[in-house]
Design a protein around this ligand. Structure first.
Ligand SMILES: *[C@@H]1O[C@H](CO)[C@@H](O)[C@H](O)[C@H]1NC(C)=O
Ligand SMILES: *[C@@H]1O[C@H](CO)[C@@H](O)[C@H](O)[C@H]1NC(C)=O
Length: 251
């Protein structure tokens, strides 16, 4: 039996598909590195590389961050961040220094219909905007973190843990505040829309400041481990997975 090369090719096809699938599962990293997924490290217009949270770090090179100016316009199809579903229980973690006095959204996720389903606000008494596929909670019931100021010109480690019908804000590794999140059972966030960094569409005020990390993990525990596993103090090295490759950046 002699196989024509093109037939051989056909026989090999399933193996190629399998390998691609395998590769994709390897690529869908958890947590999702939002800055990388939105190509912030390639320094689009309005973004520049600046020193980060730790100007010196034990057995590592100093941190670096990205300075986001008013000019920046950063967005992508949400599918670029989540190839599958958006997790029902999750953590959002950020290491960020917002300009003092700012009141703006750091991240917004829109459904295919253009409804904002997720929003992380920086500023005084920030709101956690979350709306499931049935519009729950209603805007007047969005969790609000009264008395907290996330935009005071200083670095903050901000971790939000969303689990069941609660959202917990863990601020700078010590303060912990839980608010009810009256969403439905089997709440979903549509991944067929777009993700916007540093703004909410139609808002005049946009995020300005420095950001070093923005991660979304598909489990509610990660937020509790943020300072230990992902964003340690300056006397500890950054975890390997977060190691920043200087070759990726234009200086
Ligand atoms: C989210 O957490 C709730 C409560 O623990 C659980 O019932 C639900 O199955 C979780 N969802 C997923 C997708 O794991
Ligand atoms: C939500 O948080 C409150 C207050 O911390 C707690 O009493 C309650 O058990 C939590 N509910 C769920 C479903 O985790």
């Amino acid at each position: 039996l002699i196989l024509h090369p093109s037939l051989l090719h056909l026989l090999l096809l399933p193996a190629v598909i399998f390998n691609n699938h395998f590769l994709l599962s390897l690529l869908s990293l958890d947590p999702v590195d939002v800055l990388r997924a939105l190509q912030v490290p390639s320094l689009p217009e309005g973004v520049k590389k600046v020193p980060g949270f730790c100007t010196s770090r034990r057995s590592s090179s100093p941190d670096h961050a990205y300075r986001i100016s008013k000019k920046a316009q950063i967005s992508a199809p949400t599918k670029q961040l989540f190839s599958g579903r958006f997790p029902e229980n999750f953590s959002i973690m950020a290491l960020v220094k917002a300009q003092a006095g700012l009141q703006a959204f750091l991240l917004s996720i829109y459904s295919e219909q253009g409804i904002q389903q997720l929003g992380i606000e920086m500023g005084r008494s920030p709101v956690f905007l979350y709306e499931d596929q049935n519009g729950k909670p209603a805007p007047e019931d969005y969790p609000l973190f009264r008395g907290v100021n996330l935009a005071d010109g200083k670095w903050h480690r901000i971790a939000l843990s969303v689990s069941k019908k609660n959202v917990t804000l863990l601020l700078d590794c010590k303060k912990k505040m839980t608010r009810p999140l009256p969403r439905g059972n089997n709440a979903e966030i549509d991944t067929n829309g777009i993700t916007v960094f540093g703004a909410r569409l139609l808002d005049e005020e946009v995020f300005q400041g420095d950001i070093q990390q923005l991660l979304i993990a598909s489990n509610p525990q990660a937020a509790y481990d943020f300072c230990e596993h992902y964003s340690p103090d300056c006397d500890s090295p950054l975890p390997k997975t977060q190691a920043q490759d200087p070759n990726t950046y234009v200086s």
